[in-house]
Design a binder for this molecule. Structure first.
Ligand code: ATP
Length: 374
């Protein structure tokens, strides 16, 4: 019934079939393998995925720090693919902040303006403004060594602000910060983005970071983009089990199942001897066989002790507080599964629990291709 939604942005930066190979001993390493992505004017797009999936290489190609093996990158129709980094006017921010240790903060922030010949008083004025935005106005005369990690990161962000770039490119800028600072600087980056409305490409391996900051998220795996979408699209309509597992915390559970009946209206699936029936909201006719993976999020699982007649039975292994709920780890019919449940339920570890899955919240994947079918 319902289609996987498509987004339609007016692109300013276009990446077309990007491929990047590196020569490595004994052959080549394909770091990016056919990536196409449109970044809208003023849009915040995040590349997310596990270590080594090609996020950084993609970003470095956009920045001009790597030359693609093939493919094209354009900005407002202009081919940038072989334009050197310093001619692209893109501001890059990395995880290890390279402030010049022998320069004061104001000189550090103003440095990109010095490079292009802006007079000192003018560039200091702009640096002061950027520092005010980043709330480090009182640190301008200090040296980087006198600043905390968070303050240094703010200074680095201020330095990218003075450049008035066509786009911001950020590679895990928060990964060296502790949890509290992470949230603080994350908010700061979001504020700056709201204020300046510059196209931003942000790289992280942290799906939560991606989910909180981005207009759209591109989930990468093994040099390719698995899916691009808003947080809701990725969460509600993950195209395959890779995206379903990567997006959402705590992460989704799966049971093997066998389709008894699946139409545009209703589904019935045998899961470990229990028949699960549900209304089909999203339906794709690409179901090739009858073996499926039934995905269900921890939030869709309820547990009960001292009762009978749940859909499944398991043993409660661990209860831990997570946010304002509890995360239960249950040894179920297919090994470990996670339930994100209210606190204060009468549950005890190492006891038998009845497991109920909310059938309005199921994700059905083809057992072979692992693609979403219902
Ligand atoms: P991480 O989150 O760990 O930084 P990533 O998703 O950013 O990972 P990349 O750094 O883009 O991934 O790397 C993608 C692949 O390309 C990896 O297998 C990596 O080892 C390889 N690679 C990256 N740069 C080079 C290089 N200069 N020479 C050889 N191989 C490289």
């Amino acid at each position: 019934k319902q289609e996987v939604p498509e987004t339609d942005v007016e692109p300013t930066i276009k990446i077309d079939n990007l491929r990047k190979e590196f020569d490595v001993p004994g052959g080549i390493e394909v770091a990016v393998d056919g990536v196409s992505l449109d970044i809208g004017d003023g849009e915040f797009v995040t590349l997310v995925g596990p270590s080594g999936c090609g996020k950084t290489t993609t970003l470095r190609c956009i920045a001009g720090l790597e030359t693609p093996t093939s493919g094209q990158i354009t900005h407002e129709g202009e081919d940038l693919t072989y334009i050197p980094a310093n001619k692209r006017n893109m501001a890059m921010m990395f995880q290890n902040i390279a402030l010049y240790p022998h320069m004061t903060i104001v000189d550090n922030i103003a440095y990109p303006l010095k490079v292009i010949g802006v007079p000192k008083s003018e560039r200091h004025e702009e640096a002061r403004e950027a520092a005010e935005i980043m709330q480090i106005g009182e640190l301008l005369d200090k040296y980087p060594g006198e600043l905390s990690g968070g303050q240094r990161q703010r200074a680095a962000l201020a330095r990218t602000l003075v450049q008035d770039p066509v786009a911001f490119l950020m590679d895990e800028p928060l990964s060296d910060l502790d949890a509290k600072l992470k949230v603080e600087i994350r908010k700061e980056i979001q504020k700056v983005h709201k204020r300046l409305e510059k196209s931003t490409v942000y790289v992280t391996h942290d799906q939560e970071e991606a989910m909180t900051m981005s207009d759209r998220i591109a989930v990468m795996n093994d040099g390719q983009i698995e899916q691009v979408g808003t947080r809701d699209e990725l969460y509600n309509y993950p195209v395959n089990t890779f995206v379903a597992s990567f997006i959402g915390n705590p992460s989704i559970n799966y049971f093997d199942g066998n389709v008894l009946d699946l139409s545009e209206e209703r589904g019935a699936i045998d899961v470990h001897g229990t028949t699960i029936e549900f209304d089909v909201e999203y339906f794709s006719d690409s179901l090739s066989g009858s073996d499926v993976r039934v995905g269900f999020r921890p939030i869709a699982v309820s547990l009960e002790m001292n009762s009978s007649g749940g859909q499944f039975e398991g043993s409660l292994e661990l209860l831990e507080p997570v946010d304002d709920r509890a995360l239960a780890t249950v040894d179920g019919p297919e090994g470990e599964l996670r339930a994100h449940i209210p606190t204060n339920l009468p549950l005890e570890e190492e006891e038998t629990v009845q497991i109920e899955i909310d059938t309005t919240d199921l994700y059905i994947f083809d057992g072979e291709t692992e693609e979403l079918v219902a």
